[in-house]
Design a protein around this ligand. Structure first.
Ligand code: BGC
Length: 897
């Protein structure tokens, strides 16, 4: 058994960790069944080689009896800033024998406020305004061209180690000696800037040289002072009125000396080729403005003028705690067509988020090429009405070089198609590529099955996640919105966490959610808070409770739960205070209900009160986990009373739920708000509604996440599959039949009968309706955990064959190691495969018509190594398994639903 995948603060080998007591984690793998960790020991040193020398260790945890390798807090000496620490973990197996070990490192950032000596610099407000003449309507705003900032410095020696710590009010790209530093896009990302601004740490050791060096950066408006969301805040802006840079370059030399270069009054500034850049509007580059060598030493250009020091104090800086946005992949153009207008339309075959890279050959100086982006075509032309005020237009004015490459840096678009106007020559597919950018999370999950349409659905879900995990979890990536909507995030989180490791990303965003809470305890609809300043709606604000609980259950992150607990409790108390009769009718904010449901309206009060009960229940459980027993008791009692109130008011003696919509039943059943004696009746009413509609759903954002899970939970997997395979409107299959490559915002984004929905709200890349992904992994393939399990310690593997499928398989890299489950049916036998990581156990339900037929290889399964028990069960046979890999066969289930 060996540890692998070592992480510090949920990242591998992170630079610039800001935590004083970072948490260390590892996963385990073994070929042996029943392998488990019984103890571990962590040792740490400042040099990797010192890990082998007991006298040079700075921390030795000693042997600690523990089955877990999850988020163990640093317990060594106080950490110093800007220091690399190496650590090793050794583990002992379940017999107490020493097993494997592995090592890793992390490096601290600037841990103390005083470490920062840099000042914020920007354009001198008194300097000549650099306003461009053209105010062209369809182009990005040009009133404040991005800053090109530079300064030179001398080095007598090359450093043995150099780090750049940098951030911006705006979005920035750092440069050293003519090269881009690092590969982060849209740095510093978006946080609740009033409370927290992230800095990045870059290893620049190899970029410096003896003699003259130049440090430089380009800074554009970004979220700080560009267009954000849908209200016309510009020029008032959400955070500040001009972009600025803060940077500190720390160099260490072989003799132990240090040299530090910081942003200060010695820097100079002059606009460069990027004439305008805005996240929503696009980027305007005029290559003729490029100052050759501007970011290298020896640039003689006299046009650069002194910067202004805007602020001598760094402000609320924090080290970036999660994976930044990067260009993660590229999509080639699949088709280029030339229209009668002479414009080209490029199709990438996939709705993506990011920007293009266009190569131009022999373009004349001054040629002005305009690129517009769209998700859809209408009559062969770009459909851009749904972008609302986001212009999503990039412009490139050629400099006259033999070969020119245009790649915008400080904007992003949601698009499948790009229209290119005024291209000077013959555009071929090889000359343009879509660069896909999102938070670079480890992609840890995979689901596949025998049905191509379901695989396309899974693909659409993952593309929705890629496209909307850009700086914060957004609703959509293309129109003038792109906000961190809370309901969207909580509905989709369980699916997102199947596909990728979202632990650090969502924990970081939770701080924004908590910071957005008002004094009365109300969360807001969006985080960071812009535009929407009233209390959050039911199911929206509840994300403030649901997500920390989800992160605890999925990753074992107790800290996020502890840090969020007061806010979680305050939210529930806020609802209670304004709704003493326990029906949530007051302070429901914009009360969106079951947003974008079809043909029906779920009673808002039913939805709200169900969420009030659910959140109260979760906060009570959180209180228990955190050992806050008084809170736990109080909240449990409150939950019981809300449940009673719900049943009294909305659940009728015949098992109908007020309003009778699918979502009303789903909420009541999923959140345990139907008395046991009425559950079967309620399920019957739900099923009847689905059947009467010929297996169509009516659910919106909120209900859809519960649809297939609740049906499966209550024995109606047949209906869940019928909905999954449905291709008539409204269904997932309908959008796929009409070419969807992402999840649409609305079931009727485009329909045969009505064409496009109103452009006022019609995104083709919203992940919310993709929340069914959790069920694909959890019930179709079968990976889940027991209700009391944390971080997949007790697996519940319940594959559910059904529908048209003949096989399905899912794999997930969890915090403990690899978990997999899958099944296939052929020749009247079912084969189930399962992988249980060391230290975990599993309850595996084999759907079979004959529990006596369960075998591993040729032998009956009972008594096989790792098989702890076999029992007949309602599903067929239930096996209890220790860790290991298993391939089990049995007679196929009778009726594959
Ligand atoms: C957003 C949503 C959001 C909703 C609130 C829309 O404009 O795109 O995804 O949750 O508003 O109802």
């Amino acid at each position: 058994m060996t540890p692998y995948g070592l992480q510090t603060e949920q990242r591998c080998e992170p630079l610039g960790v800001g935590e004083r007591q970072p948490r260390l984690s590892w996963k385990l793998e073994s070929d042996r069944r029943g392998a488990a960790q019984s103890a571990y020991r962590i040792t740490a040193a400042e040099r990797a080689a010192d890990l082998d020398d007991p006298d040079r260790l700075i921390w030795d945890s000693g042997r600690r009896e523990s089955p877990d390798g999850l988020l163990v807090p640093w317990d060594g000496p106080a950490l110093r800033s800007a220091t690399r620490y190496h650590w090793r973990v050794q583990v002992w197996d379940e017999t107490g024998s020493p097993a494997g070990s592995a090592q890793s490192w992390f490096e601290t950032g600037l841990l103390h406020h005083e470490d920062w000596t840099a000042a914020w610099i920007g354009r001198d407000p008194a300097a000549q305004p650099h306003v461009d003449p053209p105010g062209e309507e369809d182009l990005p705003p040009m009133d404040s061209p991005p800053l090109y900032l530079r300064r030179e410095f001398q080095l007598e020696h090359t450093p043995v180690r150099a780090r750049l710590y940098a951030t911006a009010r705006g979005v920035y790209e750092p440069r050293l000696n003519g090269e881009r530093v690092g590969d982060v896009e849209l740095a510093p990302g978006w946080t609740e800037y009033h409370h927290r601004l992230q800095y990045q740490t870059y290893d620049v050791t190899t970029m410096l040289r003896t003699g003259a060096n130049a440090i430089a950066a380009i800074v554009a408006d970004g979220w700080w002072c560009g267009y954000v969301g849908f209200d016309r805040r510009r020029p008032a802006r959400h955070y500040g009125d001009q972009p600025a840079l803060l940077a500190q370059l720390v160099m260490e030399f072989a003799d132990g000396s240090r040299q530090v270069v910081t942003t200060d009054a010695s820097w100079s500034e002059h606009p460069g080729a990027i004439r305008a850049a805005d996240l929503l509007m696009g980027e305007y580059v005029d290559r003729r403005w490029h100052v050759p060598g501007w970011d290298r030493a020896g640039c003689p250009d006299a046009r650069f003028v002194a910067v202004a020091v805007l602020d001598a104090t760094p402000g609320p800086l924090v080290a970036e705690p999660d994976h930044p946005v990067r260009v993660v992949t590229e999509m080639p153009a699949v088709e280029v067509t030339r229209r009668a207008s002479g414009r080209y339309v490029v199709d990438f075959g996939q709705n993506v988020v990011g920007h293009i890279r266009l190569t131009l050959r022999g373009a004349p100086e001054g040629q002005r090429i305009v690129l517009r982006h769209a998700e859809m075509l209408a009559d062969g032309e770009l459909y851009v009405a749904n972008l609302r005020t986001a212009r999503a237009t990039d412009v490139y004015v050629c400099g006259g070089d033999e070969v020119e490459v245009f790649e915008p840096r400080f904007t992003f678009h949601g698009f499948r198609y790009v229209e290119i106007d005024n291209h000077p020559g013959e555009l071929v597919t090889a000359d343009i590529v879509a660069r896909v950018a999102h938070n670079d999370l480890p992609w840890t999950g995979r689901f596949r099955c025998s049905d191509p349409m379901v695989n396309q659905l899974q693909s659409n879900i993952t593309w929705g996640q890629r496209g909307n995990f850009v700086a914060v979890p957004t609703d959509c990536p293309q129109r003038d919105e792109r906000l961190g909507w809370l309901a969207d995030a909580q509905i989709f989180a369980p699916t997102a966490g199947r596909n990728a490791d979202v632990s650090a990303f969502l924990a970081r965003w939770m701080r924004d959610v908590v910071d957005g809470q008002d004094a009365d305890g109300a969360f807001r609809d969006v985080a960071p808070v812009v535009s929407l300043h009233r209390e959050a709606a039911p199911a929206w604000g509840d994300a403030g409770v649901i997500i920390p609980w989800y992160l605890w259950r999925t990753y074992g992150d107790r800290r996020v739960l502890a840090d969020s607990f007061d806010a979680m409790r305050a939210w529930v108390r806020h609802i209670h205070r304004h709704n003493p009769d326990l029906r949530w009718r007051n302070r429901t904010g914009n009360s969106y209900g079951d947003w974008l449901q079809v043909d029906v309206t779920t009673e808002r009060e039913v939805l709200a009160t169900a969420y009030f009960a659910h959140s109260t229940h979760l906060v009570a459980q959180a209180a228990e986990v955190l050992g806050r027993s008084d809170d736990a008791t109080e909240l449990r009692q409150l939950h019981a009373r809300i449940r009673d109130a719900f049943i009294d008011s909305y659940v009728h003696p015949d098992g109908t739920v007020e309003g009778g919509t699918q979502t009303a039943y789903l909420l009541a059943l999923a959140f345990g708000l139907v008395p046991q004696r009425l559950v079967a009746a309620a399920v019957g009413h739900l099923a009847a509604d689905i059947e009467k509609r010929d297996h169509r759903l009516t659910t919106g954002f909120v209900g859809v996440a519960l649809l297939c899970p609740v049906l499966t939970e209550h024995g109606r997997t047949d209906l869940a599959y019928a909905l999954l395979h449905q291709t008539e409107y409204p269904s997932w299959g309908y959008s796929i039949r009409h070419g969807a490559t992402t999840i649409w915002e609305r079931w009727d984004g485009w329909t045969d009968h009505a064409g496009f929905q109103s452009p006022a709200m019609n995104s083709f890349n919203h992940y919310s309706l993709g929340s069914v992904g959790d069920w694909l992994y959890g019930r179709v393939a079968g990976i889940d955990q027991t209700p009391s399990s944390v971080a997949y310690r007790e697996l519940l593997l319940r594959p559910q064959p059904g529908g048209r499928l003949t096989w399905a398989h899912a794999e997930q890299e969890t915090a403990r190691g690899t978990v997999a489950c899958g099944w296939s049916i052929a020749d009247n036998r079912i084969t189930v495969t399962a992988t249980v990581p060391p230290g975990s156990t599993a309850v595996l339900q084999i759907p079979t018509a004959d529990p006596a037929s369960v075998r591993e290889g040729d032998a009956p399964v009972a008594g096989q190594p790792g098989v702890l028990g076999v029992e007949p069960s309602a599903a067929g046979a239930t096996l209890r398994l220790a860790s290991g890999r298993y391939t089990i066969t049995a007679a196929a289930p009778d009726a594959v639903s």
